[in-house]
Write a protein that binds this ligand. Structure first.
Ligand SMILES: *[C@@H]1O[C@H](CO)[C@@H](O)[C@H](O)[C@H]1NC(C)=O
Length: 219
């Protein structure tokens, strides 16, 4: 379920950005300035509503994760998708300003960098709806949570996944999301290999587990 966890990155990154408490995070001045610039950018807020998400999260964060995901998805999916060129220039500026922080493996900066790299497939996946007009993201998250909650704690995610019921794994939502990431990876392999914890073998294993379980035409 690596795919599902990647999607939640976007939510986490917006939350982190919108909490705007960079003072405590040990960021370099240039990186902090760049983060403030991102939050205030009209161009970015036209496609990722960072400032309106900020007002969501500055109060006490009520509601369960599913409710938070729905609010975030509603606000992101109601706006047009950011252009590839805006994302590319944003990432270039961010990496330049936060070079030192990335080198030092600062968690927040690394998270934001991954979220920018995977913005396109994550945004698409976040906005898919199922047959009853619910968000696929939430359907898949709920199913994955159930699968992993019921698995032995030390079992490998791949094994857990292979052992899960087909009806929970081979859903139209999971198919749409898995193919979105798979296609993006084919077109932009560097978006994945740039990620520090990325493991090609894990992803290949997950793909074979998926097609083994759901059939070759699933991916
Ligand atoms: C569609 O997704 C929602 C969550 O967004 C879920 O509650 C609902 O059960 C899903 N519908 C189907 C048919 O799986």
């Amino acid at each position: 379920m690596r795919y599902t966890s990647i999607i939640t990155l976007v939510i986490l990154a917006s939350t982190t950005l919108s909490s705007a408490q960079f003072d405590d995070m040990g960021l370099s001045q240039s990186c902090m300035d760049e983060a403030q610039k991102l939050i205030g950018s009209q161009e970015i807020n036209a496609c990722i509503p960072i400032s309106s998400l900020a007002s969501l999260f500055t109060g006490s964060q009520k509601g369960d994760k599913e409710a938070v995901m729905k609010t975030v998805a509603d606000s992101i999916c109601s706006l047009p998708k950011c252009s590839d060129s805006l994302i590319a220039s944003t990432q270039k500026d961010f990496r330049a300003a936060c070079q030192q922080d990335l080198k030092a493996n600062n968690d927040v900066v690394t998270l934001i960098d991954v979220a920018i790299s995977l913005y396109s497939p994550s945004r698409d996946s976040m906005c898919f709806k199922n047959s009853t007009d619910g968000y696929c993201l939430i359907e898949s998250y709920t199913a994955a949570k159930q699968i992993f909650d019921n698995a032995p704690k030390d079992q490998s995610p791949i094994l857990t996944f292979v052992g899960a019921p087909k009806e929970q794994v081979c859903t139209p939502c999971n198919k749409a999301i898995a193919n979105t990431f798979n296609n993006y990876q084919k077109q932009h392999p560097e978006a994945f290999t740039d990620i520090k914890d990325y493991n090609d073998k894990d992803v290949e294993n997950a793909k074979s587990a998926l097609t083994g379980k759901c059939g070759e035409s699933f991916l």
